[in-house]
Design a protein around this ligand. Structure first.
Ligand SMILES: Nc1nc2c(ncn2[C@@H]2O[C@H](COP(=O)(O)OP(=O)(O)OP(=O)(O)O)[C@@H](O)[C@H]2O)c(=O)[nH]1
Ligand SMILES: [Zn+2]
Length: 218
């Protein structure tokens, strides 16, 4: 079992205390054990669908899906995958907004287990700490690699950054296409969904909010 980083532990407890953690019962299975178990379940599911698992194109699919769930698209359920966070003291006294736009975001809808495809824009006002830029993208990716609803994902990124930066002054906006809306069900191929979570000065000061939102809506 990999020891969790201090950053991962602090972020998890901040989410738990706000009721924003992904609903998880947890279990004692290792990642390898999860993969083996899911391989068996996927084999059964494909069997029930009547697929021929002896076909050379299908035979490895249960293993492939198990690996994809555990190590890739749902790896964010395991805090041992939380990114290494680089924070530096704000010695240069930056006090204007830092904004990272159009962060690639691929997640999975927790109602249908199909893709959510979008982008995230994140901003913060540096106070005592400045975060390594790529770490913002990595935090977005970490929480995206879970079964998600977009509203919770947006909040989780906000609270994670607030916790690490020790400041409420963070804003997150996500725009995404849900394939459960586009490729099945209502079959709407053009709509997209935007969710925004604002903290601190982004919520309380209209000018700061507008500065952020004008970077989102271009
Ligand atoms: N609020 C929210 N809803 C979501 C998200 N992703 C999917 N959904 C919705 O979750 C709902 C699930 O509703 P159900 O009626 O149980 O599912 P369904 O029968 O497949 O419904 P349809 O998608 O309308 O065919 C649907 O309206 C989805 O569009 C999300 O990120 N946020
Ligand atoms: Zn869905």
């Amino acid at each position: 079992m990999t020891a969790l980083s201090d950053a991962a532990i602090r972020v998890r407890s901040a989410l738990e205390s706000r009721g924003l953690e992904t609903p998880m019962k947890g279990n004692s299975l290792t990642l390898d054990e999860k993969q083996t178990h899911i391989t068996g379940l996927m084999t059964e599911m494909m069997d029930v669908l009547g697929l021929d698992l002896t076909d050379d194109s299908l035979t490895e699919t249960p293993q492939r899906i198990a690996k994809m769930y555990v190590r890739e698209i749902f790896s964010g359920l395991d805090y041992s995958y939380f990114p290494k966070i680089t924070l530096i003291d704000n010695k240069m006294k930056v006090d204007e907004m830092v904004q990272v736009r159009d962060i690639t975001l691929t997640s999975t809808c927790e109602h249908h287990f199909v893709t959510i495809d979008g982008t995230a824009t994140v901003a913060y006002i540096p106070r005592s700490k400045v975060i390594g830029l790529s770490k913002i993208n990595r935090i977005v990716q970490f929480f995206a690699r879970r079964p998600q609803v977009q509203e919770r994902l947006t909040q989780q990124v906000l609270v994670a950054l607030q916790t690490l930066l020790e400041s409420d002054d963070v804003a997150v906006s996500i725009s995404a296409t849900h394939y459960c809306v586009k490729a099945r069900g209502v079959m709407d191929a053009t709509s997209s969904t935007t969710t925004t979570s604002l903290g601190g000065i982004f919520k309380s000061r209209a000018e700061t909010r507008h500065e952020f939102l004008s970077g989102v809506v271009r």
